[in-house]
Design a protein around this ligand. Structure first.
Ligand SMILES: Nc1ncnc2c1ncn2[C@@H]1O[C@H](COP(=O)(O)OP(=O)(O)OP(=O)(O)O)[C@@H](O)[C@H]1O
Ligand SMILES: [Mg+2]
Length: 261
């Protein structure tokens, strides 16, 4: 495994809120990391800095050992980082193929979009990552897919464009267990293709099976990092409960989810 990404002392505040404080993190390739933490712990802020959406107040980002002096969404993508957000991932009125190639359309003669080639390649890709359903193909409209399958399309898109690191921000939160299982299978394909994944979740039971390493963030700080070989799911849940109790604050209205199962 080689080192793909390194964050050194990354910090980000929003006004008086220290969303992320002095975070150091290394991501190898290939590996699947579970980034776990309660509501407001700083997970999304952290990955948005990796994705170039937020500029860190301080700290450094290294890709393959090289310090990035300039960092933006475009730069992050150019360096092989793709982020999949649960709700904004896809244009649901469009076909699977259009979604996969959106913004990076295949063009042919006179610069027209090569729809046939897009469908063919999207079909191939969907099968390769394990879309087994016979009822749809790459010209199916995304609105007809289940939540898990939609995540699959977003992951397929990232894989097609050879992302080295695919970040999934709570891809299973709104899904049933069966649907979540679909997403887990797509995530396994990420590693099989030699890429890495940061999988964000509140819930250890949504991540324990597929992740190889766990990074726990609490109130902006990384409070625990462990390989799966070092800890059972039950032990990890206990550790998370201790962390949650130590810093327990009343949940904000309407945000009742917890890392505690
Ligand atoms: N754009 C923003 N402006 C102001 N405050 C923000 C912004 N984004 C995040 N925060 C604050 O930073 C802290 C960390 O938020 P963040 O969204 O990173 O948490 P999270 O771990 O992703 O939580 P969740 O599990 O609810 O998605 C929270 O206190 C949040 O209110
Ligand atoms: Mg979040």
């Amino acid at each position: 495994m080689t080192e793909f990404l390194e964050l050194r002392n990354i910090t980000k505040s929003f006004g008086k809120v220290n969303a992320v404080s002095n975070v150091n993190l290394k991501v190898g390739q290939p590996e699947i990391i579970g980034l776990i933490g309660d509501n407001g712990a700083g997970k999304s802020t952290l990955i948005k800095m990796i994705a170039g959406v937020h500029k860190p107040d301080s700290g450094e980002i290294f890709i393959r050992g090289q310090k990035m002096d300039y960092w933006s969404v475009t730069q992050a993508r150019a360096m092989g980082i793709e982020t999949v957000y649960q709700d904004r991932a896809l244009v649901v009125q469009q076909t699977i193929a259009r979604n996969i190639f959106m913004g990076r359309e295949k063009t042919g003669w006179l610069g027209f979009m090569n729809v046939k080639q897009q469908f063919a390649e999207a079909d191939h890709l969907m099968r390769a990552i394990g879309f087994t359903s016979k009822v749809f193909s790459s010209d199916s409209i995304v609105a007809t897919l289940s939540g898990g399958e939609r995540q699959g399309v977003a992951i397929a898109r990232a894989l097609y464009f050879k992302a080295d690191l695919i970040i999934l921000d709570e891809p299973t939160t709104a899904l049933s267990l069966t649907e979540s299982e679909k997403v887990f299978n797509f995530v396994r394909q990420i590693k099989e293709q030699g890429s890495s994944c940061i999988f964000i979740s509140h819930n250890i039971y949504h991540t324990y099976d597929i992740c190889e390493r766990f990074v726990v963030i609490d109130r902006g700080e990384i409070v625990m990092e462990t390989d799966k070989t070092q800890i059972s799911a039950e032990q990890l849940v206990k550790e998370l409960q201790v962390i949650a109790r130590a810093g327990h604050q009343p949940a904000a209205p309407g945000r009742s989810q917890s890392i505690m199962p």
